[in-house]
Design a protein around this ligand. Structure first.
Ligand code: IMP
Length: 431
């Protein structure tokens, strides 16, 4: 029995990780967010109410769970404080013993958001299609050793000296793009105000997680975005700026590799993507529009329509391998109900012959063509199915097909947005 489970998206994000976290957090003691920032939007429907969390781990809805934001998360203090207030209004208790924020996590600053926006404008048709949340510039500063950490927000002198240095360079860049420079005094006073609110939550997150793992407590690591958006392993340069894969959870939070760790790979029963970059199984037609409307495929952070297409098994094989996935969660199976037949990309036709697994870099070669197989569809409505045997034969065949193709068992199937519309038949905590 594992006491450490990592939830990872194995497509381009928006796979439904928030729902799986919410489900598995019922048995967890600690839920840890380990990368990304307010670019993520985890949608949870609890007791008929819909919440979209960008910064706080979705485990917060379980009152006996402690939530941790690790040091490699870029924290947007404004978004964090808004979420804290919204949760309180909904009577979700968020005391400092329930939410721990790494004092080493970096802050997303106003100049990061401004730069993200103007750079995207300057890129024109070559833009990445970022969420505009300042993620890229914040990670740049982290690596360039110019970043402002959570603990800096508590120390006026240190903060003022650091901001003076950073702003000199960032303002020069903003002026280059024709933007107004930011005032040191204004940024400083916002930072100190944020620091005041955030101070009680700051701790050494790595120590909290390591102690929990040593004690045998159940720790759930929750990733944001998806494997194909990983800055190293994704469809570069059309990626986010963090490491999104499951094995990264440990070095990024400051804990050693646990003895037993299970990885849950979360995928939709079809594929979506927001922003630019290759997407060979995309359906830019009525079928794509059908998936978008039926699946409510609009970004939870930006409201942008998501690009929609069919399942891509060669890319999924790659993502299962990169993450070391042990159990799959197939989400939004209900969206496929009503189709006569369901196309699935099983391989790519390339100059090298037929490829059954592809590296995202190979997608830059426009001569690569997806090869489709057509699986039988079903008409039944799935929303009330609570058991895997209650699924129509064709839907069960679809699941089995995915398992065989990816050589990995499916343990969770989602048939609707509500918490109870999830069939959990191989519990990752029991693997
Ligand atoms: P950034 O993370 O805002 O810099 O955006 C970089 C790319 O990642 C863009 O294509 C975004 O649409 C995509 N992206 C970032 N966060 C998410 C997410 O949570 N879901 C889906 N796509 C995302």
């Amino acid at each position: 029995m594992a006491n450490c489970v990592t939830i990872v998206g194995i497509q381009w994000g928006d796979e439904g990780k928030g729902k799986v976290t919410d489900l598995l957090a019922c048995s967890a003691d600690l839920v840890v967010r380990y990368q990304g920032g307010a670019n993520a939007g985890h949608t949870i429907v609890a007791d008929g109410r819909k919440f979209i969390l960008h910064q706080i781990p979705s485990g917060i809805f379980n009152p006996r769970v402690q939530c941790v934001i690790g040091p490699f998360v870029v924290v947007d203090p404004e978004t964090l404080i808004t979420e804290l207030n919204e949760l309180r209004l909904a009577s979700v208790i968020v005391q400092p013993d329930r939410l721990i924020i790494s004092s080493a996590a970096h802050a997303v600053m106003p100049y990061h958001k401004a730069l993200d926006r103007v750079r995207e404008q300057a890129l024109g048709s070559g833009k990445i299609g970022t969420t505009g949340r300042g993620i890229g510039p914040a990670y740049e500063d982290l690596v360039a050793r110019h970043g402002i950490r959570m603990s800096d927000l508590l120390d006026r002198d240190r903060l003022s000296k650091r901001l003076e240095l950073v702003l000199r360079e960032r303002n020069a860049l903003l002026s280059h793009y024709g933007e107004k420079p930011l005032s040191l005094e204004e940024v400083l006073s916002s930072c100190l105000a944020w620091g005041n609110v955030i101070k009680p939550y700051l701790k050494d997150a790595g120590a909290v997680i390591s102690t929990a793992l040593e004690k045998g407590s159940k720790v759930l690591f929750e990733s944001a975005q998806g494997t194909l958006l990983d800055v190293l392993h994704g469809t570069y340069p059309f990626v986010t700026s963090s490491l999104t894969t499951a094995p990264a959870a440990f070095p990024l939070t400051g804990v050693g590799i646990p003895k037993e760790a299970v990885v849950v790979g979360v995928m939709k029963a079809y594929t979506t993507r927001v922003g630019g970059g290759p997407f060979p199984t995309e359906q830019n037609d009525a079928l794509g529009q059908y998936l978008r409307e039926k699946g409510g495929e609009y970004g939870s952070t930006t409201g942008r329509p998501r690009r929609c297409g069919w399942l891509d098994l060669p890319l999924l094989r790659y993502a299962v391998r990169v993450n070391g996935v042990n159990v799959l969660a197939v989400m939004k199976l209900d969206v496929l109900s009503g189709l006569d037949r369901i196309p699935v990309c099983t391989a790519y036709q390339s100059k090298l012959g037929e490829l059954r697994e592809v590296h995202p870099e190979q997608l830059l070669d426009a001569t690569m063509k997806p090869v489709f197989e057509f699986l039988p569809g079903w008409n039944n409505v799935l929303e009330h199915v609570s058991d895997i045997s209650g699924l129509p034969e064709e839907a069960r065949f679809y699941i089995k097909y995915v398992e065989d193709a990816l050589m990995c068992p499916v343990g969770i199937v989602s048939v609707g947005p509500e918490r109870h519309q999830t069939i959990l038949y191989k519990d990752p905590w029991s693997v």
